[in-house]
Design a protein around this ligand. Structure first.
Ligand code: GLY
Length: 380
């Protein structure tokens, strides 16, 4: 259930392993990936207290080159995968101190990250504001175009024999303490011995899921802008540029196509997806402080999406205490990055009943009352 990138990659990998697989979603390939910038930022998006998640993020980042090549081949489509690297810069003394600390933290974890002076940052990216005071060069943090990723996953699923039910799932069917399928908006009952709930920020809202296994996932709004860099001039930026401007995290992601993505707000406003004047203003104001030339570009799109936030900012992966129900949700800020590892982990869980080592800290049971559940699935 759920045809965003997480549901799709799970379906694709499951079908590749010979499972008869169906995806239920009114608009497969939609969801948060339509809004996301597509940074694969395991190193520059490292946060204190998220070291366990770092291991999963790095495992997925390592899989990306082979994953992207395999998917592009399977779908016959370009994914906009780009290895241009990332520059995280500081615009004032506070940011600089914060970035210095992040650098120390990265090094402590053996991550590749190089400290640059303001001048060295501008040598790499000449359109950066003269006030930039230093930065971190992380060549290993890449990017992909999430819309292309989603479209390629739909095609790869179709080619692998995945059936699409383009309709909303209304209710999980539970019979004698086991999930056995879903009922769709048209009241059609679909049966399946394994159901994966991968509905992004909506994952906690499905009727029929017992309260003790309902994922504690909430929507976290992000507003994002898209601008166009003229093709007849040198690109405004060559790599992803990130910063924290007056406490607001900001990123600018230039694509080979000429699109420049600027994001993102982070707002706890429930299901609200309105683009607000304030959100657009703040993003443009902060982006202008970082790269003044940005205001000359055409603004082509404004959009808001909902990240699937979880209590510890990490995903919920694998079997639940309800036999037959698995989760692949709660990826919060890292859905695009975690797509390859999620596909592998979920296909493994679906075919063996076990979670591979890399995913064990992310079992849904960590949020359940009482001890974490033991193995609940039988291999198919
Ligand atoms: N990972 C970027 C964001 O969630 O805004």
């Amino acid at each position: 259930m759920g045809g965003g990138i997480i549901g799709l990659v799970t379906a694709w990998r499951a079908a590749q392993r010979g499972l008869v697989t169906a995806v239920v979603d009114p608009a497969p390939g939609g969801g948060a990936a339509r809004v996301a910038a597509g940074m694969l930022a395991a190193v520059t998006e490292l946060h204190y207290g998220e070291q366990t998640l770092l291991a999963l993020n790095l495992a997925s980042a390592r899989r990306y080159p082979a994953f992207a090549a395999e998917l592009a081949d399977a779908a016959g489509q370009d994914l906009g995968y780009r290895r241009a690297g990332t520059l995280a810069v500081a615009v004032d003394a506070d940011d600089r101190a914060h970035l210095r600390e992040l650098h120390a933290f990265q090094r402590q974890h053996g991550l590749e990250s190089e400290w640059l002076s303001g001048r060295e940052c501008r040598r790499l990216e000449p359109m950066l504001a003269p006030g930039v005071r230093g930065g971190l060069r992380v060549d290993g943090d890449h990017q992909i175009d999430p819309r292309r990723l989603a479209a390629a996953l739909v095609t790869a699923c179709e080619r692998a024999g995945v059936v699409f039910h383009r309709v909303r799932a209304e209710r999980l069917t539970v019979v004698r303490g086991r999930a056995v399928g879903v009922v769709t908006a048209g009241s059609t009952a679909l049966e399946a011995p394994r159901v994966v709930l991968a509905a992004g920020s909506l994952s906690g809202t499905l009727a029929g899921v017992p309260a003790e296994v309902l994922p504690p996932v909430r929507p976290v709004k992000g507003q994002v802008l898209r601008l166009a860099m003229p093709s007849d001039r040198a690109p405004l930026l060559h790599r992803t540029v990130r910063a924290v401007v007056r406490g607001n995290p900001l990123y600018l992601v230039p694509r080979e196509s000429g699109e420049l993505v600027v994001g993102a707000t982070s707002e706890e406003l429930g299901w609200d997806t309105a683009v607000t004047a304030g959100g657009v203003y703040e993003l443009l104001r902060d982006a202008h402080e970082l790269v003044p030339g940005i205001t000359e570009l055409p603004l082509t799109e404004t959009l808001a999406g909902l990240r699937p936030g979880s209590p510890d900012n990490a995903p919920l992966l694998g079997p639940t205490a309800l036999p037959g129900l698995l989760l692949a949700t709660g990826h919060f800020r890292n859905g695009v990055l975690l797509t390859p590892v999620t596909g592998d982990v979920m296909a493994h869980a679906l075919t063996t009943g076990e979670l591979p080592e890399v995913a064990r800290p992310f079992t849904p049971g960590r949020f359940a009352p009482g001890p974490a559940p033991a193995r609940t699935e039988q291999p198919v």
